[in-house]
Design a protein around this ligand. Structure first.
Ligand code: 5GP
Length: 302
């Protein structure tokens, strides 16, 4: 057999180009997530067409990644353009994965979920609304914050909060592991761990942050496209009533919370939308609709 068969090699070339074009289209349409494809290619049982895909072709399937950008990236990482996805060494794979995630976030933001920041005064019912949303819409997930406050009865580590010591909270700040943090109600510190939020957004989940107004301000500065929704009570009297009825705070603590509530209510115009929580289902549905509306807007700009 001749070492070079122009007919079969050109047929192979045509098939490869076709595969690449299909891959590119399905990525752009959001049917295939490049990170999942990249991770799948490590698996020996993955389709040969995926494992055998050249690294430069794979990267060029990402909208916005042209020949030159891909070449530069691979040179920086010390990976040959002709290397196959399935044949990457561990170190190369790890380094390239970081870049694939970065490119995914940069060029395919419409495939990511929306970051929904829910702000609102104490006892307005944000927690109940969040439960309603996550129970009815599994594509919404609540981010779990870290706090220096002690757990209340019935609160579980990792579910309601990560309860951490002051020193651990300091470490999280110094290590840059928090997307935002603030001292709330004049006492304890609360913060949003960044990595889990980014991972969930990459998976296309809409991530809910239930945080105070200071945190919402920081997020607005750092995250492009975050949607800030202010949950307002029907009236201040109703808010006082809900707080008293909840009964989780003593008189002094209630006063502090109402003081924070006054300043939070004054800041509602900073948010993108205000939703009044009279009926939980209505408020929850309105918030979901706002997220879906904004996602479609983002996608249609592409
Ligand atoms: P609680 O102590 O009642 O659980 O929470 C008090 C307030 O802290 C909540 O109403 C919420 O606004 C705020 N909070 C909870 N988690 C975070 C967070 O990660 N960051 C910020 N900035 N505020 C938070």
């Amino acid at each position: 057999m001749s070492p070079f068969d122009p007919v079969s090699s050109s047929a192979e070339g045509v098939a490869m180009r076709q595969n690449r074009a299909e891959l590119k289209q399905s990525i752009a349409r959001g049917e295939k997530r490049i990170i999942e494809l990249f991770d799948d290619s490590e698996n020996e049982e993955a389709p040969p067409v995926l494992r055998g895909l050249r690294v430069d072709w794979f990267l060029q399937a990402i909208p916005g990644m042209g020949v030159t950008k891909v070449e530069r990236l691979l040179t920086e990482l010390g990976i040959r353009p002709t290397a196959r996805l399935g044949g990457l060494r561990i170190r190369q794979r790890t380094a390239l994965r970081v870049q694939v995630v970065r490119l995914f976030r940069h060029y395919l933001p419409h495939l990511r979920g929306t970051l929904l920041v829910l702000v609102g005064p104490t006892a307005v019912g944000k927690g109940t609304i969040v439960s309603w949303i996550t129970q009815n819409y599994p594509e919404f997930v609540l981010s779990v914050s870290a706090t220096t406050r002690k757990p209340r009865r019935g609160e579980r580590e990792g579910e309601h909060y990560y309860f951490v010591a002051e020193s651990e909270f300091d470490r999280l700040i110094t290590a840059g592991e928090l997307l935002e943090w603030a001292t709330v109600h004049e006492s304890h510190r609360y913060g949003t761990p960044q990595a889990p939020v980014e991972d969930l957004l990459d998976q296309g989940k809409n991530v809910i942050l239930e945080i105070d107004i200071q945190g919402a301000r920081s997020v607005a500065k750092r995250v492009h496209g975050a949607l800030r929704v202010f949950v307002a009570p029907p009236s201040f009297e109703e808010l006082e009533r809900r707080l008293a009825q909840r009964g989780t705070e003593d008189g002094t603590e209630r006063e502090v919370r109402l003081r924070t509530a006054v300043s939070e209510l004054a800041a509602q115009d900073e948010c993108d939308f205000v939703v009044i929580n009279s009926v939980v289902e209505h408020a929850g549905q309105s918030i979901v609709d706002l997220v879906f509306g904004s996602t479609h807007q983002t996608a249609s700009k592409e």
